[in-house]
Design a protein around this ligand. Structure first.
Ligand code: PLP
Length: 415
């Protein structure tokens, strides 16, 4: 008997497992509303015009096009400077450039947002914290990533109940539990905008209270910026939580670091290319801290995948660093966001069922319907409409050809 037999079957991924099931479904009317991939009005996954032009420029550049050698462990220097100047220059013009000048930001090109979270959680678990607070509900992979990388204590804070955010309950719980446990260093994942799955984010006033509490309790904030640009249509504008956290008049610094996990999957459509970054903002006047963090990030990356892939980061670098492409990119993000909000609006007009109070206030790629797992099952089994079990549907899978069918089915199951 093989010892391999001791390996238990792992639960299928809650989102990608459904995509596999969708692929096997032979019914003609099937609609896939599971994964957060943007599709245009014809149901096609598109390449953004800015990205397509960047690809052409790369294609026509012999050196860029033929260089298949390894990138440095924490990424290509051109990518690092382009992303840092996007995140800390353009997105945070008040404080960011000085942080860069002072050399306070440790940076690694990562395998998209998931890779950024994985490297961040590994670093945290090795040296700083094994307790993380995650919103309830949240993107299911948060738990998976933090557990896999050494976190032993995963806790949840209440975020959403009965159609509204519960910021008071959230902060009360943090204050009570973290104060009870002062020996432990607590981390917290904050969705920087377009909260997944609810699509609802705290107001600016609520964010002040949230950041105040996180700061006062000495927690380590991990900003998950997977959807920068999909709230307002303007990527720099959507970095408002990062700007608020870096407001030095309010928070002199984050003594245990501020972690920013960022991705170009959704906002540049570079999903499969795995292009993202981790930035760790370190406290002032301690250059050795940044250097040590840099060295540990290198060690972590080296031990897992050695160095990141090249092509997608070359595309992102090109888009970010040529001003005509960056302007086109902003237009592309605005166009995508406009279509998503148009679909949201059209569905709102077609749906007859109650319980949609916050639908119009939600933003981003998803519509959080509040349907129960049973209703989601009926949608899938009877209507071939696939959405995640938490009742989240990906808006871009809805288009002129299927919107009536989807809305009629939603109406039918919610009766
Ligand atoms: N964080 C959240 C909240 C997400 O929804 C996602 C993607 O769905 C990610 C991070 C990471 O995505 P990726 O690894 O494709 O950048």
């Amino acid at each position: 008997i093989s010892s391999l037999e001791q390996i238990p079957r792992a639960a299928p991924d809650r989102i990608l497992g459904l995509t596999e099931q969708f692929a096997r479904d032979t019914r003609r009317q099937k609609v896939n509303l599971t994964v957060g991939v943007y599709k245009d009005g014809w149901g096609q996954v598109t390449t953004f015009p800015s990205v397509a032009r960047a690809q052409k420029l790369i294609d026509s550049d012999f050196e860029l096009n033929t260089d298949l050698s390894y990138l440095p462990i924490t990424g290509c220097p051109e990518y690092s400077s382009a992303v840092l100047s996007f995140l800390f220059g353009e997105s945070c013009p008040q404080v960011g450039p000085r942080l860069l000048e002072e050399g306070r930001v440790s940076f690694a090109q990562t395998l998209s947002g998931t890779g950024a979270l994985a490297v961040a959680s590994k670093l945290l678990a090795l040296f700083l914290s094994r307790t993380v607070w995650i919103s309830e509900p949240s993107w299911p992979n948060h738990q998976n990533i933090f557990r896999s990388n050494g976190f032993t204590d995963l806790r949840t804070y209440p975020y959403y109940q009965n159609g509204r955010l519960v910021v008071d309950e959230w902060l009360e719980k943090l204050k009570t539990e973290v104060r009870k446990d002062p020996e432990t260093r607590h981390s917290i994942i904050l969705h920087a905008c377009c909260h997944n799955p609810t699509g609802l984010d705290p107001t600016r006033e609520e964010w002040v209270r949230i950041l105040d509490t996180v700061h006062e309790l000495g927690m380590i904030p991990i900003l998950d910026m997977a959807y920068q640009g999909l709230e307002s249509g303007n990527p720099p504008a959507d970095a408002y939580v990062l700007r608020m956290a870096l407001d030095e008049k309010r928070y002199k610094c984050w003594p245990n670091g501020l972690f920013v996990c960022q991705s170009f999957a959704k906002n540049m459509g570079l999903y499969g290319e795995r292009v993202g970054s981790l930035s760790v903002v370190t406290p002032p006047a301690k250059p050795h801290v940044r250097e040590h963090v840099d060295s540990q990030l290198k060690q972590i990356v080296r031990s897992i995948y050695s160095s990141p892939p090249g092509y997608g980061s070359r595309v992102a670098t090109m888009v970010l660093s040529k001003s005509f492409l960056r302007m086109q990119w902003y237009k592309d993000v605005a166009f995508m966001t406009e279509r998503l909000s148009q679909v949201r609006h059209n569905m709102h007009n077609l749906l007859k069922w109650p319980g949609l109070m916050n639908f119009q206030q939600q933003h981003g790629m998803f519509y959080y319907t509040g349907l129960s797992p049973k209703q989601v099952d009926v949608l899938r089994d009877k209507y071939s409409i696939y959405m995640t079990m938490d009742g989240r549907l990906s808006l871009s899978g809805v288009n002129d050809h299927n919107i009536d069918y989807v809305c009629e089915a939603l109406d039918a199951v919610s009766k």
